[in-house]
Design a protein around this ligand. Structure first.
Ligand SMILES: *[C@@H]1O[C@H](CO)[C@@H](O)[C@H](O)[C@@H]1NC(C)=O
Ligand SMILES: *[C@@H]1O[C@H](CO)[C@@H](O)[C@H](O)[C@H]1NC(C)=O
Length: 353
């Protein structure tokens, strides 16, 4: 999602037969990942490098604890490429930024959750569309090396490329994959995004399906990340949803593409306002994804973070509107396995291990 300068800122029936005892250690779980974007470090994007706690901030670890406690296991962490490696993509890390970034991501994974590192750059560096693919590969090689021994980190190549052509976007994503693997980070998943803001609803019509089909990873751990909002223009700027079935309708063509091409995906951003129509639309979306969990591995709400205030989709505990009103209705549909040594994910369920 791009917010422009606003970036600041059955109940009566009784079972006749008891379930077999083996079922007791099993519960339904469709998704590998369910979580939220945790904003802060990408804020103030007009100001580079910007000052900590003035233009940008690192989200509090207490939120991670709370949301893991509620059942989430994945946190997408937007950052700015220029703050991490200033001046030139082939340059050096800025430790003022890289050290708290590492602390925050490693904290998430130390709790058993996945941390998704998201350069929130829209395919641009200092505002210019990235066409220096070897520079971008170098940026990723330097960055991924920080986490090469942490298999719960996920590398998200770049947030929402747009207006840069599908072929260039594909080359950008392949450069990211090459840079990550060149760093020695071989165990991690890599999320790739397409142009047109990586929209699920336009995945096929925008050409992303064709352009990104041939991406290759020696470790074979590419996940296609798509975004889907439910308002009329799909931008996620309105609290209203088009209809209660708009979510499943908008991801249908992408779902067919995934199945036809044997690819896997995550819905890396989605949201709907705290109202009846959107509540039903969010449930419909997650239900449809759950019914197609062979290709949809999870979903990440947009968004959390300490500076959202009264934002329409605010997932930040304790009082964000999505945290209090939307999370409870999503959990029964989306809660992943704990993956903390107590539970193990099998096909569509969690088992005590
Ligand atoms: C996930 O997280 C970042 C945080 O800002 C968003 O910018 C992305 O678009 C996606 N959401 C948003 C708000 O950008
Ligand atoms: C490194 O980051 C800090 C904090 O954002 C900033 O004040 C400083 O100017 C940065 N250094 C460079 C070379 O960008």
């Amino acid at each position: 999602m791009y917010l422009g300068n606003l970036l600041l800122v059955a109940s009566t029936a009784v079972l006749a037969v008891a379930a077999p005892s083996t079922e007791k250690s099993k519960r339904a779980s469709k998704f590998q990942w369910f979580g939220v974007n945790e904003s802060g470090a990408e804020f103030g994007n007009g100001v580079l490098p910007g000052q900590l706690n003035k233009h940008y901030t690192w989200p509090p670890t207490s939120t991670v604890d709370t949301l893991i406690g509620r059942g989430m296991n994945a946190f997408r962490v937007p950052i700015m490429m220029e703050r991490l490696i200033p001046t030139t993509m082939t340059g050096n890390l800025n430790y003022t930024y890289s050290q708290p970034m590492m602390q925050y991501l490693n904290y998430i994974t130390s709790k058993g959750a996945y941390a998704i590192l998201d350069p929130h750059n829209f395919g641009r560096y200092y505002g210019n569309v990235i066409s220096d693919f070897s520079g971008f590969e170098a940026w990723w090689k330097t960055t991924a090396a920080l986490f090469k021994d942490n298999d719960k980190i996920i590398f998200d190549c770049n947030n929402e490329p747009h207006d840069m052509g599908g072929v260039s976007t594909s080359r950008l994503m392949q450069a990211c994959i090459n840079g990550v693997r060149a760093s020695g980070a071989n165990s991690q998943y890599i999320f790739v995004e397409g142009t047109s803001w990586s929209g699920a609803w336009t995945w096929v019509s925008s050409g992303n399906g064709a352009d990104l089909l041939s991406l290759s990873d020696p470790q074979n751990k590419i996940i296609y990340e798509m975004h889907q909002y439910l308002d009329s223009d799909g931008s996620g700027t309105s609290a209203n949803c088009v209809s209660s079935t708009i979510g499943s309708e908008r991801i249908k063509a992408a779902t067919a593409w995934l199945k036809a091409n044997n690819k896997k995906a995550i819905l890396g951003e989605f949201a709907g306002g705290a109202n009846t129509q959107c509540n039903n639309a969010v449930k419909d979306l997650l239900t449809y994804m759950g019914a197609n969990a062979d290709v949809w591995l999870g979903a990440l709400w947009w968004g959390g973070g300490p500076w959202w205030g009264n934002y329409i989709f605010n997932m930040e505990p304790p009082s964000g509107t999505a945290y209090t009103q939307t999370l409870p209705l999503m959990l029964p549909l989306a809660e992943p396995c704990l993956d903390n040594g107590l539970e193990k994910r099998t096909k569509n369920s969690c088992r005590k291990s």
